[in-house]
Every structure is written in C-alpha cells, then in structure tokens.
Design a protein around this ligand. Structure first.
Ligand code: 6R9
Length: 651
C-alpha cells in the first residue's frame, strides 16, 4: 500500500525549462503583466488570431448582476474557420491537420490542411444550399469522424452556430437540446462505431426529430453503410450534398461577440444549460492555452482523447490545435478495445508527442496493470495531461511513472465548459508538480476563495473555500442560450462581482491550487469541511479498492455523515472484515474526522458517458430516498442504479 505526502514535489523534468516556450521567469513576468496591465497584455496576445477588421477595444465587462455584460475585442471582426485553416495554407497546406484513427486499428487516415480547407468549404456551400444562414443553429450529433470537425468548421465559416450533442446521448436528451435552441438542421451519421459496436445515430435522430418538431433537414454521413430509414423530404445524403459544391467558400466576417457555438452542460438543478461562447475571445483563449499549456511546437503530434461532444473536444481537439496549425489526432474508438493497450498502441503507431486524457480513463487502465503499457515504447511522448475531475495521487503517480517514465510533465488542467479553456494548470517548463494539484493560474486568471459568508479570504497563505474568479478572461462563456437570467443567477449572484465556479478549492502555502470537487459535494462533518475527492482518493489508494465515490447523508450527531460507495479490485465480493479494514484505512490516511460512517460495496458506480460519477443519484440512495432520482437519461449504464438501490435496501 502506498502513502502520499501532499507536499511531495515533482520538479520540472530535467532540460525541460530550457527548451519550453515559457520558463519560470517568463511566467512570472507575463502573469504579473496580465493582471497589472491587462489591456496591454491582451492587445498583444490577441494578435495570435488573424482579424479581418482589427479590434481597438479590449474588454468591456460588468459582472454586476443588474448590468451583466461581457465583451472582448468587440469592434474586431474575424472568422474562426479562417484561423483554423486558411491562414495555415501558405506554409503547411500539405501537412496533416487531422490524423484520424478509426475504431478498427486498421482504419486510419491523414487529412492535410488543404484537404481540410476543401472539405470545409464544400460543406459550408452545401449548408448554404439547403438554406442554413448566419445565426442559424445547427445540431451536430456525430461519431468521432473527421466530418464532425468539418461540420463545426463549416458552421463557423458561414456564421451558423453549432450545437454539438454527444453521440452517446439518448433521443430524448437530443430532442431537448434541439428544441431548446430551435435548431432546424441536424448533421449526423448512419451509425457510430465504438469498441466494435454500432450506435444507431440516425435512428436516434429520427426519434428525436419526431418529438422536437421543427427540424427541416437532416444531413447524414455514411459511416457504416447501414440501411437506415430515409425521409426524402427531410434527409440529405452528406456525400451528395457536398459532391457538386465549389471547394472555395468566402468566410463570413463575424463580430468578435457573435456566437460561435452552444454546448449543453448539466447544472446542479434543472434542464441542461446551453453554454454560449462567442468568436473572438474564445479563439484567443483556445489558441493561447493550447500553445502554452501543451508547450506546442510545429510538427508535433498532439492527441486529446475527449469526444467532440464535450467542451474538451471543442477547445483541445478542434479549435485550439487547428488555430495553431497543429496535427490533432482524432480517435473514434475506446481505450480498451480491441485490447487494454489501445492508447499505448496508438501512441506508438502515430508517434504521439502530447497525450491528454481523463483521470477516469487513467484509473481504468491502471487496473489493467503495467504490462499493456510496457508492451509499447511510448518513446515519442513528451507531455501528458489530464482534465475533467480531480486526479487522485495514486493515478497521477502511475501516469507519471509508468506511462510517462518520469520524463513527461503532467499538466492537470482545471477548467469548465463555462470557462472555454484551461484556467488553472501547470505549464510544462515552469511548474513543479504536486500530484493532485492543478497548481497555478494561467495568464490573466485571478482565482480567489470565498468563505461561507461570502467574504473573500486572504490571497496569501493556506486557505480553503469556494472557488471564484475575480476578473473576466477572454474565453469566458457569455450567456446561457435563451436564458440570460439563469446565467446571472447561476454564476454571478452567490458572490457579487465574482464568477462562481461551483467548485471548492484549497490553496497551500506554496500558492498551489487544489480543486476539492464541486461545492455541493463538500461535506461538513462535525463542523469539519471534507472534500469528497479527498476521501475518495484515500479509499482508492487502498490496494483492494478499484473505485470509490463518497457522498454526505444526514447524520443526527455530526450533521453530515460520510457514505462511501466502494468497488473492490477485480469485482471481488466484500467480506465483513473489509468494512473494518477500510474504515481504519481512511482514518489513518486522513484522520479520525474522515472515518467513513457507512460503506456500501457496489459492483459499479453511476457515471455519465463522459465518465463523471453522478453524485446526485448516490446522495439520494444514501439518504434512502429512491423516489426522486431525477434525470438518469445521461447515465452510461442505468442498470447500475437498480443494483445500488437493491443493495441499499438489503443493508
Ligand atoms: C473541462 C471540463 C467541469 C468540472 C469542474 C470541476 C471538474 C475539470 C478538473 C476538474 C479537478 C481538474 N474538473 N477539470 N476538477 N481538477 N483538472 O471537464 O468541463 O465537463 O464542464 O466539467 O469538472 O469540478 O467544475 P466540464
């Protein structure tokens, strides 16, 4: 069993600072300037984007809830697709823009910047030909195939607003997202293909459109060639649509504050929010964070394993890397198919330099042991990244030691759909790492901590509280589509004058930031604040525990008790002594205050399809309240919930 000292420091690997784009001295100087002279800083930094009409205004922001507006570079005009494609043609038309790896390991292709240009222009013209106009919303419900990126960029080219809906969502979830933004166009595929299994995308769209109503046209890419139902008046074959189109399409000059996309994300209450990002600020943020956080150099192969249905796919598969002229790897499959070594096999096959994935994937692969990793050389790797949830030190260390062989820095990037790109993150040539800490703020980002009474805690020294951001940054979301009041209520009301992240955080004496999890997941046990992530991390550091989720439940004496859902290694069934052992373990790892009150062994945990544990459901079950579990439609495997309820009742 391993123990982790939270202050253990992993220095920037040798030689890295000398070659990195940003070293410690430069970080300090740039960070200071970004806060002290923001206008000067952003005026220069925004030049990384090609503007059709240069901006003269920098920012015009008020977070006052009675006059809330956020505008960056507002008098500038640009087009996102030009920045991702056209401007690279002079120098790298024949270099690979998108390196596609199919679900089947024998299936791959390289799309050059010139080919990307032509594919996007043809589709943009095709969209116009069926009536898509500037400002129209276009829903994209696609597998991870190049056409998904073409679709996003074609929308951007003509000023249509895309709303990508993850291909794993149900027809109902899709319908809700189509009707919320009154989208009249859907782009999809006949079927998706993941882990050797097909996903009936077109059939799902057919169902969704039936209930969503006003969809005029559905464009269908033939991915598997399956026989799908066809409505001659509504359905359009993608290949036919683009076949006769001109391979040039004049880009629409967009105002910096014109919408680029909507992306739906779950809140703690109510239906999903349509997070709206605009063009100028988002592109600056995507490009800048991609370059600096991943220390990106021309010619490198960069792989983010997210799906384009999530914000990580938007910013770090499509817009960020392409804005920088990178080669971005797009993977259709899953980490464990055909074998548990697929990631490492793909890394060797394509000589991947940067690999960016989620802690949940790392934990799953860690369970498979070191052998599948070591079977492949991974010699090309220079940098590793994580995103999506706090990473427990065990998983971090395995990733660092086994996958990266202690030569690759890990960038643990904290951010949200709402933030557009990374806000708190190490920089590879700058930041000494601590496993589990997202470390330090990116340029222009001023994080702060609030206590329960809404008082800002001191900016120096150790502190813990609710994480807010004290000033605007260009990549910030601008509104909730169709519900500006909800935007104000959710993010700017709890702490007037601040953006409220919904996360809790701790800052240590070195000024490092540790995200402790969503604030609704913070427990108050006998007056002590405990992050569920902290307890989970302790649990999974036990050799017998594969996965754990912790929630609070009402406790007569302590206020809240600690309820732990635990999955044992190898699906092993629990014995009586396991409970005593695990309680003692956590007590020892964190302290008596963190001793679990109840432990429920679970064969599986309820997760969203992006791998996030749905704590809301776990809290209800822990509270013995099975009647009101809310929306379970986004679960990867809904049957897990029935098992949990059954076990809870039998306790
Ligand atoms: C990019 C993304 C946002 C929430 C966020 C936080 C959690 C994301 C994290 C992290 C700790 C990290 N989160 N990255 N927590 N360390 N490096 O995941 O966006 O799906 O909107 O989720 O995810 O709780 O508030 P999104």
């Amino acid at each position: 069993m391993s123990h982790h000292d939270p202050n253990e420091i992993y220095p920037v690997p040798e030689g890295r600072a000398e070659t990195a784009l940003i070293n410690a001295e430069r970080y300090t100087q740039m960070y200071r300037r970004s806060l002290e002279d923001p206008d000067g800083f952003w005026r220069e930094e925004a030049r990384r984007i090609d503007w059709m009409t240069p901006f003269t205004e920098i920012s015009d922001v008020s977070w006052d809830k009675d006059d809330l507006h956020i505008r960056w570079f507002a008098d500038g005009k640009l087009n996102a697709s030009v920045n991702c494609i056209d401007r690279h043609l002079a120098e790298r038309a024949d270099e690979t823009a998108i390196l596609w790896e199919g679900d089947d390991p024998a299936d791959d292709k390289a799309i050059t910047y010139r080919q990307l240009y032509e594919a996007v222009c043809r589709l943009a013209n095709g969209l116009k030909s069926i009536g898509v106009q500037k400002g129209d919303r276009v829903t994209i419900y696609m597998p991870m195939i190049p056409e998904a990126a073409y679709a996003m960029l074609a929308c951007a080219r003509i000023g249509a607003v895309h709303s990508v809906v993850f291909g794993g969502f149900s027809p109902d979830a899709l319908a809700g997202r189509i009707s919320d933004c009154e989208s009249r166009f859907v782009i999809t595929a006949d079927e998706g293909l993941r882990g050797g299994k097909t996903i009936p995308l077109k059939a799902n769209v057919d169902k969704a459109v039936e209930s969503a109503g006003d969809v005029d046209q559905v464009i269908v890419v033939r991915r598997t060639g399956a026989d799908v139902a066809w409505d001659e008046t509504r359905d359009v074959d993608y290949a036919t649509l683009v076949a006769g189109q001109d391979a040039n399409c004049d880009p629409e000059p967009m105002n910096a504050e014109d919408p680029l996309f909507i992306l739906y994300t779950s809140g703690s209450t109510g239906k999903p929010k349509g997070v709206l990002h605009t063009t100028g600020g988002y592109m600056v943020w995507a490009s800048m964070t991609h370059e600096y956080v991943f220390d990106y150099r021309p010619g490198e192969i960069y792989w983010c394993t997210a799906d384009v249905g999530w914000v990580t796919g938007h910013t770090y598969i499509v817009y960020g890397p392409l804005a920088n002229g990178a080669t971005t790897l797009m993977f259709e499959g899953v980490p464990t198919w055909p074998g548990p070594d697929r990631f490492w096999q793909v890394i060797d096959k394509h000589k991947v330099n940067t690999f960016y994935t989620a802690p949940t994937a790392i934990r799953a692969l860690m369970r498979e042991g070191d052998e599948p990793v070591k079977k492949h050389s991974r010699a090309s790797l220079r940098l590793l990244g994580t995103v999506g949830e706090p990473i427990n030190p065990e998983a971090w260390c395995w990733y660092y030691r086994v996958v990266g062989e202690e030569r690759c820095p890990i960038v643990d990037t904290w951010w949200q759909t709402e933030t557009g790109g990374a806000l708190i993150t190490p920089l590879p040539g700058v930041t000494d790492m601590k496993p589990g800490s997202a470390t330090r703020p990116f340029f222009g980002v001023e994080p702060a901590l609030m206590d329960a009474d809404g008082k800002r805690l001191a900016d120096n020294g150790a502190a813990e509280g609710n994480l807010v951001i004290a000033r605007s940054w260009p990549g910030q979301m601008r509104t909730v589509y169709g519900d500006h009041q909800r935007f104000i209520d959710t993010y700017f009301t709890a702490y007037p004058g601040y953006y409220f992240t919904g996360d809790g955080a701790r800052r240590d004496t070195d000024g490092y930031w540790w995200i402790t999890g969503r604030v609704d997941d913070v427990l108050n046990v006998s007056g002590h604040r405990l992050g569920t992530a902290e307890i989970e991390s302790a649990l999974v550091s036990h050799d017998d525990i594969a996965e754990a989720a912790v929630v609070g439940y009402p406790h007569d004496v302590k206020g809240q008790g600690i309820y732990c859902y635990v999955t044992l290694m190898g699906g092993r069934k629990a014995e009586d002594e396991d409970i005593a052992e695990i309680k003692a373990w956590v007590r020892q790892e964190i302290g008596p205050v963190a001793t679990p009150d109840l432990i429920q062994f679970a064969p599986g945990l309820p997760k969203t399809r992006s791998g996030k544990i749905m704590r809301r459901i776990l809290r209800k079950i822990a509270e013995n309240d099975f009647s009101n579990l809310g929306d379970t439609s986004t679960l990867a495997d809904p049957s897990v919930v029935e098992d949990l309820i059954e076990n809870r009742k039998n306790r």
